[in-house]
Ligand binder design. Structure first.
Ligand SMILES: N[C@@H](CCC(=O)N[C@@H](CS)C(=O)NCC(=O)O)C(=O)O
Length: 395
């Protein structure tokens, strides 16, 4: 039926309705046509702000804009969303790393007729981070909830067991940032320490370096050099641990340790200066020493004594500069612990605890005092705890 026919009939009815006092328009009047933006004219949904907002939510959560998402009331859309969540769950629990599509993940639970939540058989704990999360949540009695015509609510139950705090901080959460890589990696633990200092919740996604998961095509889409860590926050993906740490400090400037990356341009420049020193002067000789002293023996190849000697000397000269600097101020960039100090922790830890080279630090009074202070920070101790209790899947 054309719109003109529709309006003709409509007007006829109104005119013949005895209760209608007011003439709306007569059949002979020139007939209005619907404005161009209406559904009737376009024979399509309005594409206004609500539509745009909904589509952007789909894009973010589903990682694409499949046509069926334009009709959320359609069973095809519901099935598509469920399928994606199911596929993501299978990828998440698989041994091999592959990229998930979007952010959607099926809950690993079975809900019985009484509303009791049970873990999916075989998945009592999260496969990567551990922790039986079904202990934390239960559904209110589903029957009574349904009778009241409301949605079932997920509520927090009183904890039955003490849960280690490190586990809590890495439980997957919708709003948590993601870090890909094992906490044993120096670069990953740099980022984790920074996140803990800044009180940012994170989800740790294990990447098995021994199995070479960092060189798989899906991972290379995130980190083209095939290294850990990768960091994701909402829609952004970053790599390079120092760049990630700077980003975390700026993005979450108003929480956690607020001075970690300074609060004005001069403080920031000073921290940046010592971060550069860490990356350019301290790291290269330390990396050679850590490789030669901690890894080569495990690989059952011969250590290069010359290389060890040369790099001990190089590192010694760097630490002499630190000794002077730390005689002037408590920490490298001033009198507060900053990202510059934090960034040294992973390699210093290797040097002291796995290379037997603690003496390089303790023989220098100020450097020794500085190491004692930075290595006893709660955030670093937590990272060490995480290293010592690796998640189940990456073992
Ligand atoms: N400059 C990079 C270094 C990253 C890096 O060297 N990662 C190591 C682990 S600490 C890695 O992924 N090694 C495995 C490989 O290169 O295949 C950063 O700070 O993020």
């Amino acid at each position: 039926m054309s719109s003109v026919t529709f309006f003709n009939l409509f007007s006829f009815k109104i005119i013949n309705n005895k209760e209608t006092k007011e003439k709306v328009f007569a059949a002979s009047d020139s007939l209005p046509t619907p404005p161009h933006q209406t559904w009737a004219k376009k024979k399509a949904h309005p594409h206004g702000q609500i539509y745009g907002y909904r589509m952007s939510l789909w894009a973010e959560h589903m990682g694409n804009l499949d046509d069926c998402l334009k009709e959320p009331g359609n069973p095809d859309c519901v099935k598509y969303v469920n399928r994606t969540a199911e596929t993501n769950w299978k990828k998440y629990v698989a041994d091999e790393f592959t990229l998930l599509q979007g952010h959607l993940l099926k809950y690993a639970v079975d809900i019985d007729v009484n509303g009791k939540v049970n873990p999916l058989p075989g998945y009592e704990s999260f496969p990567d981070v551990g922790g039986n999360w079904c202990r934390f949540y239960y559904l209110r009695d589903l029957t009574s909830v349904m009778e009241n015509g409301t949605q079932p609510l997920v509520q927090q139950k009183e904890q039955e067991e003490e849960i280690p705090s490190t586990n809590l901080s890495i439980l997957p959460m919708a709003s948590a940032v993601k870090v890909y890589g094992p906490p044993l990696s120096a670069a990953v633990s740099r980022v984790l320490t920074c996140l803990l200092e800044k009180d940012v919740q994170f989800q740790l996604i294990p990447i098995n370096l021994v199995r070479g998961e960092q060189k798989k095509p899906d991972y290379l889409k995130l980190q083209p050099f095939g290294q850990v860590p990768v960091f994701q926050d909402e829609s952004i993906t970053l790599f390079e641990s120092r760049a990630i740490s700077r980003y975390v400090c700026d993005k979450y400037a108003n929480q956690g340790n607020k001075g970690l990356f300074g609060t004005n341009p001069l403080e920031k420049a000073s921290i940046d200066q010592w971060l550069e020193v860490e990356g350019q002067n301290f790291y290269p000789p330390t990396a050679v020493l850590v490789f030669q002293l901690a890894f080569v023996p495990r690989m059952k190849i011969k250590q290069d004594e010359n290389l060890i000697k040369q790099n001990e000397e190089k590192l010694g000269k760097v630490l002499d500069v630190y000794e002077n600097r730390l005689g002037e101020s408590g920490y490298l960039a001033g009198d507060e612990f900053t990202l510059a100090d934090l960034s040294h922790l992973p390699m210093l830890h290797y040097l002291v605890n796995q290379c037997g080279r603690g003496e390089l630090l303790t023989s220098r009074k100020n450097v020794g005092r500085w190491w004692d202070e930075i290595s006893s920070r709660e955030t670093w101790k937590k990272v060490i705890e995480m290293r010592n209790s690796p998640p189940q899947r990456s073992a």
